[in-house]
Design a protein around this ligand. Structure first.
Ligand code: SF4
Length: 359
């Protein structure tokens, strides 16, 4: 790419114009990552100034039993596997009563596509968490789980979402999107719903007033073209619904998966992808530096490459760590604030919808 093309992209960004597919391709190919980061930082600071958000949250995985067997996943286990587990509703409340949970404002609940759990179970989880603390935000079940539950029940996705919303579901977390390209999906997660079906679950959720996040798993078998296509599909849906709160780029962690021969993305590729995401997704307000997958040190750097959110305390994260994440198991509020301030940003505690909270 010649420098004229890069300057035309810079001009578009400065004028607030939308980038197209060719612009995104050029940004993935531009040799100097700092140039791309500078543009993303311009947009990030225009939107959020020096604020870097975080949430005090807890993860709960109700079960890792899953019928899908995705090739990149070290979390899901087949029924009968010695490492398979399933929590009773009382176990979940027991975890919430453990020391340290009093300050959380969000409970993030996801699991595998379980072959047998009845629909009542999912409703009961949500009701139990809401009666534990009515003000806590329940962000639960990926679009993949929602589609699986609907299919098992013989009901529509809308029916499932409406019932779960009545039980107290506040938000969907956004996982399971992986990469939308059908040819890649056929190799890494052939049993999972298609990219179009994932988008349709989100469309339905947003129509019902349930906001969500969105993810992209990158650095495995996909091309830059596939990443751009993924981002543009999210941007199109966001134009239609406005329901995405935050985009979460997830670097592929190969170590403990059947795809362990793939090296995974480099640090430079991760930062560039975060920056391009910030520049292309001009209608999604927040970009997350998910420290669990990035490591805290790369997450700090990502704040200069378009990211404005540090995720949270993430007590008891399992999925990334079972895949070989080298990050801490959890962070305290003080540790997150230190990481943010020492990078030169201003920490702002938020709730799941990015509303600032006063301590
Ligand atoms: S990624 Fe999700 S759907 Fe796929 S095997 Fe793992 S838990 Fe199951």
């Amino acid at each position: 790419m010649n420098s004229g093309k890069f300057e035309s992209i810079r001009k578009k960004i400065e004028q607030g114009d939308r980038l197209n597919r060719q612009d995104a391709e050029a940004l993935f190919k531009w040799p100097d990552i700092l140039d791309v980061g500078e543009l993303a930082h311009l947009v990030r600071t225009g939107l959020h100034d020096d604020r870097a958000y975080y949430v005090v949250n807890r993860h709960i995985n109700y079960s890792n039993i899953c019928v899908n067997g995705c090739a990149f996943c070290a979390f899901g286990k087949r029924p009968g596997d010695p490492e398979a587990f399933e929590l009773a509703v009382e176990d979940i409340i027991g975890k919430l009563n453990e020391p340290g949970s009093h300050a959380i404002t969000e409970v993030h609940i996801v699991g595998g596509c379980h072959p047998e759990l009845p629909f009542d179970y999912y409703e009961e989880i949500i009701r139990a968490v809401k009666s534990w603390r009515p003000d806590v935000i329940v962000k639960a079940f990926t679009a993949v789980e929602i589609a699986h539950i609907a299919s098992r029940e013989g009901k529509s996705v809308a029916w499932v979402l409406e019932r779960l919303k009545d039980a107290g579901l506040d938000m969907l977390p956004g996982g399971g999107a992986e990469i939308f390209a059908p040819s890649v999906r056929a190799r890494i997660c052939p049993a999972k719903i298609s990219g179009d079906e994932w988008l349709e679950v989100m469309r339905t959720a947003h129509r019902l007033g349930i906001k969500s996040n969105a993810t992209m798993l990158f650095g495995h078998l996909e091309s830059f073209h596939d990443r751009i296509d993924h981002l543009l599909k999210l941007r199109d849906l966001q134009d239609e619904t406005g329901g995405f709160v935050c985009f979460i780029p997830l670097p592929f962690l190969a170590k403990k998966s059947p795809l362990r021969d793939i090296p995974g993305p480099t640090g430079v590729d991760i930062l560039r992808t975060i920056a391009v995401s910030r520049l292309v997704l001009d209608n999604i307000p927040h970009i997350k530096a998910y420290w669990v997958m990035l490591t805290v040190k790369l997450a700090q750097l990502a704040l200069f490459f378009g990211a404005d959110d540090f995720d949270g305390t993430v007590i008891e994260e399992k999925i990334g760590h079972m895949a070989g994440a080298e990050s801490e198991e959890a962070l305290t509020r003080e540790e997150i604030e230190y990481l943010i301030t020492s990078a030169g940003f201003r920490p702002v505690e938020r709730n799941s919808f990015f509303e600032p909270l006063t301590k």
